[in-house]
Ligand binder design. Structure first.
Ligand code: SF4
Length: 336
């Protein structure tokens, strides 16, 4: 279901804009419709009231919790079942964040990612994306949503931007706390500046070498890393939010001094943060993470070059933290 379908259903039942707004606000904030003075019997016309129970059931069915896997770092990975039985992953992050999925599977096929192995299975509708936030909010407070779960948001642009607009308005989430994450696509730089709600941008760079990038991200658009940084910089300057560059650290692949020099050249003077994320090994994919000392040394060298760098851990490392691992394991466990 898309958010527009939900609006159409409400309008067809006779809802006025104020009724539509109350339903969407209650839903996105995981608050019951009958709380306080906004009780349905006081506020909604009879035909809308009659339509609400079925609609509420449908909204609940958009994203149900299949299983929850708490990590030692305060995160929790959620395996979320959609109405058609497909599953995606969301991650409750420490400090009130949530990572959501935008597709079942992914067409980019990153060499180090479990989600990319089976290609794209289907898009998530905008309401299914928001439903992951609602599911999380029913469990704990969420003030930041990052679109970094399964899928490439740029490949499902209309649904992701509709979800961002709703979350940044009725959902009450600060615009810079909505983080659109992409491997880089011209459509992102064309569409994001036009939105009512302009999210922050995270760009998965992973290497400064165009040839290596084509190997690691085989079906990402062939845009030179230098051009990606220039396009991102324009967006950062127009929104006032720094770009968060994502760099999955793969031992012996993209953790060399040459890459440090390349990053220093590309990001010098840019409004940006470099996030180094040591790889979470996935068996069978052939990549390993560098040692903690090596990762720390790389971060230090970047600091010495004047690049604001953070060495991060993927949330919930002890619970299959690589995106897609939880879903893959669930499928394996379900198989005869
Ligand atoms: Fe897709 Fe992200 Fe996995 Fe790459 S890392 S295949 S973009 S889900």
């Amino acid at each position: 279901m898309r958010i527009e379908h939900l609006r159409q259903r409400l309008r067809a039942a006779g809802a006025k804009p104020c009724h539509e707004q109350l339903v969407l606000r209650s839903w996105t904030q995981a608050r019951p419709l009958d709380s306080g003075r906004d009780r349905p019997e006081d506020f909604f016309p009879a035909p809308v009231r009659a339509a609400l129970p079925a609609l509420t059931d449908e909204l609940h069915a958009l994203a149900r919790l299949r299983s929850e896997h708490p990590g030692e770092d305060g995160s929790a990975r959620l395996l979320v079942e959609l109405a058609d039985g497909q599953t995606v992953e969301s991650v409750l992050l420490p400090r009130d964040g949530l990572c959501v999925s935008t597709q079942v599977g992914c067409a980019v096929g990153c060499a180090f990612c479990m989600t990319g192995r089976d290609g794209l299975l289907r898009q998530l509708g905008s309401a299914e994306i928001v439903a992951q936030v609602v599911l999380a909010r029913a469990r704990r407070f969420v003030k930041k949503v990052v679109f970094m779960g399964m899928g490439e948001p740029a490949h499902n642009m209309d649904n992701v931007l509709d979800a961002i607009e709703l979350l940044g308005t009725e959902g009450g989430i600060g615009h810079k706390n909505l983080v659109f994450s992409t491997v880089g696509d011209h459509r992102v730089f064309e569409r994001l500046p036009l939105g009512i709600v302009k999210p922050a941008l995270a760009l998965s760079l992973h290497t400064t070498r165009a040839d290596l990038r084509a190997e690691l991200l085989p079906r990402a658009p062939r845009i030179d890393p230098a051009e990606l940084v220039e396009l991102s910089e324009q967006y950062a300057r127009s929104t006032g939010y720094p770009i968060q560059y994502q760099w999955t650290l793969l031992a012996g692949v993209n953790d060399s001094d040459e890459e440090v020099d390349g990053i220093a050249r590309l990001l010098a003077g840019k409004y940006a943060v470099m996030n180094l994320i040591p790889y979470n090994a996935v068996s069978g994919l052939g990549f390993t993470r560098p040692t903690r000392e090596h990762a720390e040394a790389m971060a230090l060298k970047l600091h010495q070059h004047g690049i604001l760098t953070k060495l991060r851990q993927s949330a919930g490392q002890d619970v299959d933290a690589g995106c897609g691992q939880l879903r893959a394991r669930a499928i394996v466990l379900k198989s005869p």
